[in-house]
Ligand binder design. Structure first.
Ligand code: TPP
Length: 379
């Protein structure tokens, strides 16, 4: 018996395609090439997740947080960005990075534990993506404060760049999120914040996360214009993200989107979802799969032809396999590099850091790692 039953969100949100792929709203002005790129990105992300999971099960990767079922949110919103813009992702925005051409082999090498320096040395960047991505943020909500600060820099410099950041439903309970949105509202920062409401924050369902009716309402208090969209409808996400980006680019200030989607898999590979949620929930959401929805639309409109989906899936599987093969060639980083580039490095490191370094050295020398370290000599 699950501890919680998710309460289905109201469907009072902006939608272009219904779950069966029928057009029920205004189709945004997107050319065929972009539509195909969105589709391919979402398929790539899904296949990438599957591959990463298999690598995790084999012990090649320590932990994986998949975007499965949520691909339309970050793909549709990132597609609204333009060259020169900024993206501050959290850990579930693989599709945003893939849309803008992130190098897969470099990403896999990082997941396999290679330090950035090792990755740079063995898989140097060949071409920077036209949109700048910060590294993935794990401490929740700090990416939103950082994004708003970065957006202000562009404003002060009269750059017309837009900065987009992502936050989960649970993370909107963090103070940083409110500080960021408040600042963005007051100072008209060209920052668009996307709340990827996937119904769960690990084991806490959305309805236990807030007493507000929707996560979109959280923007009201901060005076930031907002929209609530069907997060499994990539065209709806794109259309609203485009509007918010254009407003921000024209100096009209910040924007906020709540995209309602569903985490179709576990929180990450260290989680066991059956402990806290019922299996039938997933069936309900599987019918709303964002990839199937776009695929139906593209086949009906002739953007994709019979056989294209299978061909694309095969192509991306090969691409992913090539990237994994490349990443496997990257040598293991020296474990001691984890102590480098810390804030206190110049003063010799903190006592705790130095202690850990000594323990690691002892262990690697086959000695007792539980050293009796006094910290003498440290400032
Ligand atoms: C500041 C901070 N507190 C706690 C955590 C531990 N933590 C990692 S993910 C997570 C849940 C996040 O849920 P949500 O924001 O809904 O995003 P989702 O994982 O569902 O995409 C928590 C509490 C963290 N990473 N950072």
């Amino acid at each position: 018996m699950s501890q919680w039953q998710e309460q289905r969100p109201s469907e009072e949100f902006y939608r272009v395609l219904d779950p069966d792929g029928n057009v029920v709203g205004e189709v945004p002005d997107v050319d065929e090439e972009t539509l195909t790129r969105m589709y391919r990105t979402m398929v790539t992300s899904r296949e990438f997740d599957e591959k990463a999971l298999r690598m995790q099960r084999r012990g090649e990767v320590s932990i994986v947080a998949r975007a499965t079922g949520e691909e339309a949110v970050s793909c549709g919103s990132a597609a609204a960005l333009e060259e020169g813009d900024w993206c501050f992702p959290s850990y579930r925005q693989t599709p945003a990075a893939l849309y803008w051409g992130a190098d897969m082999a470099r990403a896999v090498a990082g997941m396999m534990g290679a330090e950035p320096e090792t990755v740079d040395e063995h898989l140097p960047v060949e071409e920077e993506p036209p949109v700048s991505f910060t590294p993935v943020y794990v401490p929740l909500a700090v990416n939103v404060t950082n994004a708003v600060g970065s957006a202000m820099v562009d404003r002060f410099r009269d750059n017309d760049a837009v900065t987009m950041s992502y936050i989960g439903d649970g993370s909107t309970s963090q103070g940083d999120f409110h500080e960021a949105l408040n600042f963005a509202g007051v100072f008209d920062a060209p920052a668009v914040t996307v709340c990827q409401n996937n119904q769960w924050a690990i084991s806490v369902p959305a309805h236990r996360q807030t007493a507000a009716e929707t996560f979109a309402q959280k923007a009201v208090a901060h005076g930031v214009p907002y929209d609530r969209v069907d997060g499994n409808d990539v065209l709806a996400v794109y259309a609203k993200a485009k509007e918010h980006c254009e407003r921000a680019r024209n100096g009209e200030g910040a924007g906020y989107i709540e995209a309602v989607t569903y985490r179709m898999v576990e929180h990450n590979t260290a989680d066991e979802e059956s402990v806290y949620r019922d299996a039938d929930e997933r069936e309900y959401w599987e019918d709303k799969d964002p990839i199937d929805r776009l695929e139906t639309f593209l086949l009906r409109t002739g953007v994709l032809e019979e056989g294209d989906p299978e061909r694309i899936r095969e192509e991306v599987r090969d691409e992913i396999q090539d990237a994994v093969d490349e990443a496997r060639e990257v040598p293991v980083s020296d474990p001691e590099t984890m102590f480098e580039h810390h804030l206190h490095e110049e003063s010799g490191g903190s006592w705790a850091q130095e202690h850990q370094r000594q323990e690691l050295r002892a262990e690697r020398n086959g000695e007792n790692p539980f050293t009796d370290f006094t910290g003498e000599g440290l400032e």
